[in-house]
Design a protein. Structure first.
Length: 121
């Protein structure tokens, strides 16, 4: 049996990242950041056709989810993707899928065992 704490952490990571990427605008902003090494808020606003305030709002949510890191350099804020979070997110989803698969397998096994017991020799 798996320990409870890693499962809870997996679910929390999954929820935060899933909520952050569920919005199409944020997903597109994240794609812009992930495909470049170092991009600033103004460049994102220009390429996505948004106001800097809107981009800043979405960057805050992506940052709180741990998907990006933002760093101020002079008057500009530069962002980069944190690929470790994506790796953790992928592992968390795999754990959730594995648990569901194991649960289904157990249910199936229990049903088969009950059916076998009900057969009289």
């Amino acid at each position: 049996m798996m320990p409870v704490q890693p499962i809870v952490n997996s679910v929390i990571i999954s929820l935060k990242v899933s909520k952050a990427l569920a919005d199409e605008t944020r997903l597109r902003i994240f794609q812009s950041i992930a495909t470049t090494y170092h991009i600033n808020c103004s460049a994102i606003a220009a390429t996505r056709g948004m106001t800097p305030a809107t981009v800043s709002h979405h960057l805050r949510i992506l940052s709180e989810a741990g998907l990006i890191a933002c760093q101020r350099e002079g008057q500009f804020v530069y962002c980069e993707a944190l690929f470790k979070t994506i790796a953790d997110y992928t592992r968390a989803l795999m754990k959730i899928a594995h648990l569901r698969k194991a649960k289904r397998r157990t249910s199936f096994t229990v049903r088969i065992a009950e059916e076998i017991r009900s057969i009289k020799p």
